[in-house]
Design a protein around this ligand. Sequence first.
Ligand code: GCV
Length: 731
Amino acid sequence: MQIKHFFRPITFIVYFFALTLTASLSWAQFYFAGEDGYRLWLKYDELQDQTRKKHYQKQLQSVLVEGQSPTSEVIRQELSYALRGLLGKALPNKTSIANHQLIVGTPQNSSLIAELQLAELADLGKEGYLIRKQKVRGKTVTVIAANTDIGALYGTFHFLRLLQTQQSIDQVSIVSAPKMDLRVLNHWDNLDRHVERGYAGQSIWDWHKLPDYQEQRYYDYARANASIGINGTVLNNVNADPLILTPQYLEKAAALADIFRPYGIKVYLSVKFSSPQLIGGLKTSDPLNPEVQRWWQEKAKEIYSIIPDFGGFLVKANSEGQPGPGDFGRSHAEGANMLADALASHGGVVMWRAFVYANEKNEERSKQAYSEFKPLDGQFRNNVLVQVKNGPIDFQPREPFSPLFGAMPKTPLMMEFQITLEYLGFSTHAVYLGTLFKEVLDSDTYAKGAGSSVAKVIDGSLFNNNISGIAGVANIGTDRNWTGHIILQSNWYVFGRLAWDHQLSAREIADEWVRMTLSNDAEVVATVTDMMMDSREITVNYMTPLGLHHIMDEGHHYGPGPWIKDLGRDDWTSVYYHRASPSGIGFDRSPSGVNAVEQYFPPVRDLYASPETIPEEFLLWFHHVSWDYKTRSGRTLWDELVHRYYQGAADVTAMKNTWNSLQGKIDPYQFRQVQMALGIQEKEAYWWRNACVLYFQSFSKKPIPTGLEKPQGTLEEYMKLKFPHAPGQGK
Ligand code: GCV
């Protein structure tokens, strides 16, 4: 799978001539050889620690994977590929049962495992597993057991992770089951392969060549997802093309579903609510119209006839120009229920998005999803999940959690995170999202008193929901390294790991990802993990400190644009959100303003209601304060704001230097990729700093605090910058 460019003779010759002909080329050009990132965290390179390797070799001389299903075959292949790589040794093809040291299977496909009568399996459901040293017919072996083949596959990946991260397997004893049912990637991929908010190339789905041409990448995508427990994928953009439901495209989706099935991954589709009119020839898409209902029922039947385990529909309705039940005077519940009824008998679900805001409502944007959906609690069918973005606006570098979490006890709420960095620097900034995800998941809603975390709302445990789920808007594209640069692979990884177990810490997941992707060297692991853990806060500081939000340039959302005003709608502009004026800055969402705090449960509501008690990172989200307002550092608001912008930018320089200190300790190509990205990030961090400080200074009229350099450039210069072809824009 990996192409070692440098070692191919032809490549070597090309490099040689390039070097001699261009004397100015530095040796750095050679650093493009190496690990290109395609293998993600499933590299399985031979372990460098010889003692550890020998120890593993002794315990893994012979492996038995039970079962004949396609999933068992996948397990067999993955184990043999991985162990050959990690241990540098092919496994013997056949040994007698008595000699097996690792056995993988289920009580159904393995008499050896059935004999063990493993009581823990009773609590592990369809996807859980156990990994344990166990006496089997008198001999101690490692057992990976589950109730299903998919569970055994997850257990296998966990076991391989232990080896990849060089942990002891001597006394291994692990029992694990996912905390959420649906762990789903949302691809905002169009049928022409443009990815909305995608910064890593085109869509990996080659719709034109499907169903017959099946890329190796589809299989590697499935392996990667299965390795972190992701069990569903929504193939197409929520701004859906109705053609996805035509036979021509369903056949293509079916081909992908066939590939993903052995890996435990179900296919879902985003659908356009007006499909009955657009492709069905009906005069209406009114959800209460019997003909429309019949159309969806027939469509569901057609889908299940070719994708028997089809997951269901994701719907963006009456949002940003998309059609929906509101067009016919119906509620979101009536729309969702019609689709849910069509899918119910086949076992499908509807993931209905709560990302709605409308001009006509004349209500502040951050409050609208709550106002619209809370009254519908209890009205949805039991195969509907309402999918809520983590914050009340739109995937900003920092937002408070959406007040809907905790507010709809009778409805399963699904989390929607954004893995792609639409608002955090596209694919050239190194921002690890583990800390952002955890901050949201661990937030206490107080819906049922202290301890009612967002995580407990979405995993269904707080309100005892019948189904639970979490979605992540994918950052995946055709770039050889999948995600733009290597560090951003960690965001795909951490999403999957937290979807499986939200109690894991962001740090332990970063640590494990670094070991599997970059190196097990202690210095590399510590340095990169620290860097990743700080990276999101650094980004908040140079983009949107102290609760500022939505001040990026318009449309593409690339770079700073606090001056953006006069667009089609106020709540698409930056000035709507920061409200800077000569007297101060920030959005008054307290009781003296639009009172968005009322949507939270006490004591959050009370804490957020006053600038004195609100956590400072949300100050300007909920309050308009004067430039002289005293912040907790003792500085005035103006000085604190400027300090944070400066600190953020300086921290990127520090991060770049830290990374540079790892040269020679990381694969050269991996090193170079991140080095280049950090170079861009550094430039852009200073751009953000200078543009925002100069802009806000035009209101505060205050000097840059002593000791800080003057921003380079002028505000006018920054305001003139235009990026009409910035990637990932909506079409
Ligand atoms: C898919 C934001 C993005 C849009 C996206 C929308 C959504 O507004 O900028 O590109 O559309 O959110 O989540 O539906």
